[in-house]
Design a protein around this ligand. Sequence first.
Ligand code: ZN
Length: 266
Amino acid sequence: MKIYISADIEGIAGIAHWDEATPDKPEYGAFRERMTEHVAAACEGAIAGGATEIVVKDAHEGGRNILAERLPRCAQLIRGWSEHPLLMVQELDPSFDAVAFVGYHSMAGSGGNPLAHTLSSSTVFRMRINGQPISEFHLYAYAAGTLGVPTALVSGDRELCTEVRAISPLTRTVESMVGVGDSTIARHPDTVREEVRAGMQAALGDDLTPALIVPAGPYGLEIEFEKAAAAYRCSHYPGARLVEAHTVGIEVEDYFDVLRALTFMV
Ligand SMILES: [Zn+2]
C-alpha cells in the first residue's frame, strides 16, 4: 500500500504565534520537533495499517522543517518547493492508495486558528470555489480526489476538523486544539500524536472509497486579496477578471487549472 502525507505546522498542537512557525526564531525548534513527531506517528500508523511505501511532503514555509532521520525508512521526504501546481501534494498521482494531511489549519478569514491563512499569510483575505470558502485542506484534498486518491485522515485545529467532516464524514479527523482570538487551547501533544498514529492505522483498514473528495465542476475560483493592487495584477492572468477591487475571479473546467492559476496568482 502506498500512502502520501502532506504536513504543515500551523495546526500542530499548541502553536499560537508566527514566531513558533518561523525558522529563524528561537521558539521554532520545539514546534519543528513536534511537527516531526506527529508526521512520524502518521507514518508508523500507516505502516501498521499495511503501508509499504510512504511519501511525505514537508509543506510549511521553505519546506525544510521535518527531521528526516526520525521518519521510518520506507518514507521518502520531499523538501523545498518545485513550484509544480500540486504544491502541497507535489508528486501525488493515482498510484497512491490514500492521502493524509497532518498539522493543517483553518482557512484565511477564519477565527479558528490565530495562524489561519490560505497559501499566503499576508496577501490573501479569503479564497472561494463556487462560492464556498476554502482552505489549503480543500485545495489539496480536491486535487487528490481528482487523481482518485481518498483522504484518510486530517489533523489540525477544531474548525478545520469541522470543515473536513462537513465535506467528507468518513475521513478521520484528529483535533489538536481550538483557536480563540490570538490564543490556542491545545490538547496534550502526546495525546494528539497517539491519536494520529491510531487514526492512520484504523483508516487504512476502512473502505476509503467514500473518502474520495471530488468537487463538482466547472470551478469558479475567487481570490479576495488584502490589497486591490494584487487583484488588479492577477486580473491579467488568461481568463481572469476583476470581480471587484480586491477580488479576482476565473472559471475553469479542469480542476488542475484552479491549481495552475493559484501558482501564478498567490
Ligand atoms: Zn504552514
